[in-house]
Ligand binder design. Structure first.
Ligand code: FE
Length: 211
């Protein structure tokens, strides 16, 4: 994997390492002066991890579920199809969509660092960057999936995809049963970040539950 160049890495001397240091210095100064509440900063980061970023990917998935022509374009050239919805930019230049089926489950990892498709998923969650996930996703993908609550039958093939700066992946999860007739917008609400990394399935809306 010698071609695994990661321009978001934090090697000393790289531009991002310097930016990172400056951000940290600024943050501690602002907190020290009482100008910023660290909890508020965490809340902002959490918003981009779990809400703003992944909503883009969720719209891509929902469109693919309702529009077979778009789905075909997404699977043929994900970068171009995703750009149709206006999502493009850094860390999303070379996208590949991976379709989950009843017989194939795709799981995405970056074994060396934290390569992640920013335009469709936002910021990577902490566990995605953690050493245990990065190694165990490859060594024991079924065990990892079980810990995330996904139990797969022996007849399901698990494919693990190692992200690099050359290739970023978006899992196209299976559309859950019982969602026929739901609008594209309502479907997008069902799609979680984790389902697009491949550590979760999309679950149908609870019967009679709050919408
Ligand atoms: Fe990486």
């Amino acid at each position: 994997m010698s071609d695994h160049h990661h321009d978001h890495a934090s090697e000393p001397g790289s531009p991002l390492a310097e930016t990172d240091l400056r951000v940290r210095a600024l943050e501690s100064l602002l907190v020290e002066k009482g100008l910023v509440d660290p909890a508020a900063l965490d809340a902002v980061i959490d918003t981009y991890e779990t809400k703003v970023g992944p909503r883009n990917g969720a719209r891509v998935v929902a469109r693919a579920w309702v529009d077979p022509a778009f789905r075909a374009r997404l699977l043929a050239d994900a970068t171009a199809a995703i750009a149709e919805l206006g999502y493009m930019g850094r860390q999303g230049e070379d996208m590949v969509a991976l379709e989950n089926t009843p017989k194939v489950h795709n799981l995405v990892v970056c074994t060396l660092c934290s390569c992640y498709p920013w335009p469709v998923l936002g910021l990577p969650p902490v566990w995605y960057k953690s050493a245990p996930y990065r190694s165990r996703a490859v060594l024991d993908p079924r065990g990892v999936l079980r810990e995330f609550g996904v139990e797969l039958g022996d007849d399901v093939e698990v494919r693990v995809w190692d992200s690099t700066s050359e290739m970023r992946y978006l899992v196209l999860p299976e559309r859950p049963a019982g969602t026929e007739g739901m609008s594209e917008e309502a479907l997008a609400q069902l799609v979680t970040r984790d389902s697009m990394i491949g550590v979760a399935k999309v679950t149908p809306p609870a019967r009679g539950g709050p919408r």
